[in-house]
Design a protein around this ligand. Structure first.
Ligand code: MN
Length: 192
């Protein structure tokens, strides 16, 4: 059985980038529903004893969709913190981004553009491959880079439920503002 994660911030701590209303819906309703659905589907599935990431790698259909969305949202919410105006990567991930993309700004532009242009619902990810090389991917619906052997580091949720209350159809504006919330210490821990 899986539980809804506790957020590492107060519901109103991300304002004005993400409102307390959006957090109440996104974490309290959408993510809770994925948790409830997975827990209801697990008995008799053969996946009961597996950790979440293994379920995502091995399942399909409804179990995959709900497990994938739990993993995706846990990685998303756990890397957010209160807005900081000039929020930039630090440490090892900052050096890797500069080495590979030329600058943080060039990386930011490509990542945001891939999030903005993803058609329909899904996620944009920064991941590391087996050699530590960084890759940006667009993943539809509940997909997660772990299914392709990548280690997920950073993600933006581009499902409409993530921004519609605060930004209506303005996905690009939401993604541009999200950079203020990224907790680069968490991203560095994932990259270690
Ligand atoms: Mn979401």
């Amino acid at each position: 059985m899986f539980s809804l994660i506790t957020l590492p911030f107060a519901p109103d701590a991300l304002q004005p980038v993400i409102s307390a209303d959006t957090i109440a819906l996104h974490h309290g309703k959408h993510l809770q529903t994925y948790v409830n659905n997975l827990n209801a589907a697990l008995p008799g599935s053969g996946f009961e004893e597996l950790p979440l990431e293994e379920i995502v790698k091995k399942s399909s259909g409804g179990i995959f969709n709900n497990a994938g969305q739990i993993l995706n949202h846990n990685l998303y919410f756990q890397a957010l913190r209160a807005p900081q105006a000039d929020n930039r990567p630090t440490g090892k991930i900052a050096a890797a981004i500069e080495a590979q993309f030329g600058s943080f700004e060039a990386f930011q532009k490509e990542f945001t553009q891939k999030g903005t242009t993803l058609f329909g619902s899904g996620w944009v990810w920064l991941s590391a491959d087996a050699d530590g090389k960084l890759v940006i991917t667009q993943e539809p619906n509940a997909q997660n880079p772990v299914t392709r052997g990548l280690r997920p580091l950073l993600t933006f949720d581009v499902w409409e439920h993530a921004y519609y209350v605060d930004y209506q159809n303005r996905r690009a504006d939401h993604l541009a503002a999200l950079w203020q919330l990224i907790n680069w210490e968490v991203i560095n821990q994932r990259y270690e």
